[in-house]
Design a protein around this ligand. Sequence first.
Ligand SMILES: NC(=O)c1ccc[n+]([C@@H]2O[C@H](COP(=O)([O-])OP(=O)(O)OC[C@H]3O[C@@H](n4cnc5c(N)ncnc54)[C@H](OP(=O)(O)O)[C@@H]3O)[C@@H](O)[C@H]2O)c1
Length: 281
Amino acid sequence: MTDTTRRTLLALAVAATPTLLAGAAGAQSAPSGSAPLPGAGRAAIITGSSRGIGAATARRLARDGYGVTVNFLTNRDLAAQVVRDIEAAGGRAIHHQADVADPAAVSALFDVNAEAFGGVDVVVSNAGIMNTDPFATMSEAAFDRMMATNVKGTFNVLREAARRVRDGGRIVTLGSTIVLQCPAACGPYAASKSAQEMFASALAKELAGRRISVNAVAPGAVDTDLLRGKGSPEQLQAAAAMTPYGRLGLPEDIAEVIASLCSSSGEWINGQVVFANGGLQ
Ligand SMILES: NC(=O)c1ccc[n+]([C@@H]2O[C@H](COP(=O)([O-])OP(=O)(O)OC[C@H]3O[C@@H](n4cnc5c(N)ncnc54)[C@H](OP(=O)(O)O)[C@@H]3O)[C@@H](O)[C@H]2O)c1
């Protein structure tokens, strides 16, 4: 696919009005007289949603009416705060600890979501880590941990999603614009993000006939702990300067794209990689 085609897909996704997936009872309701919310009667699991892109996505989907399961690895307090924020805004959310690298923990995460919300309609496989050691110095343990989280972890989440997402649902996994350039010291991380594209492409075909779309969203440089943990202020400034907008992406920018894909208008975007990077090349 050409970059132009990718950008066209993204523009369509973002422009899509959130017209609505069929709803049922028990969800956050729209103001009286207005159309029901896209996520009314539906539920979403977002892995790695205590911080960063995942937390923004949890808040965004909750605003659309989804019951949201917030997942974290170690930062329970941050996850609890995301839940409190959602509830304060009138939404429904729970939080649950699970290491995505552990298939039993991922299965339990889906169980907990089902107990709270009756099933799952949207799964966002967002949990990820980035190690930028060069080949010569990256330890085997660091490599294994990144692959266990980013590749096996996503496999665990997508496998469970393939089994449990209800017909008409949405699955999104997080790739990265880094795959377009793959700078020095990013080989293993970029490889783990390339895997997301193949996962989305194959799973979209496997779920054919059930009106479930599966896509990878590939952010550029987004202002989160993951990025700030790796770049000096000067490097972050340089990354911002590389986008036509002259700024880093915000977690909310990516959450909007994910929410668009999850709307009924997003149905025709399926098996794609949506580059959400503000024009970063
Ligand atoms: N930021 C960027 O510039 C950028 C660009 C392209 C793609 N991405 C991708 O976007 C995704 C989110 O990135 P981010 O920048 O928002 O990261 P972040 O701010 O570092 O947040 C990472 C989240 O993942 C969770 N997590 C980490 N390992 C986990 C595991 N084994 N099991 C469950 N949860 C785990 C963390 O939980 P705790 O809080 O408990 O640790 C946290 O909620 C990642 O897949 C990343 O590769 C990011």
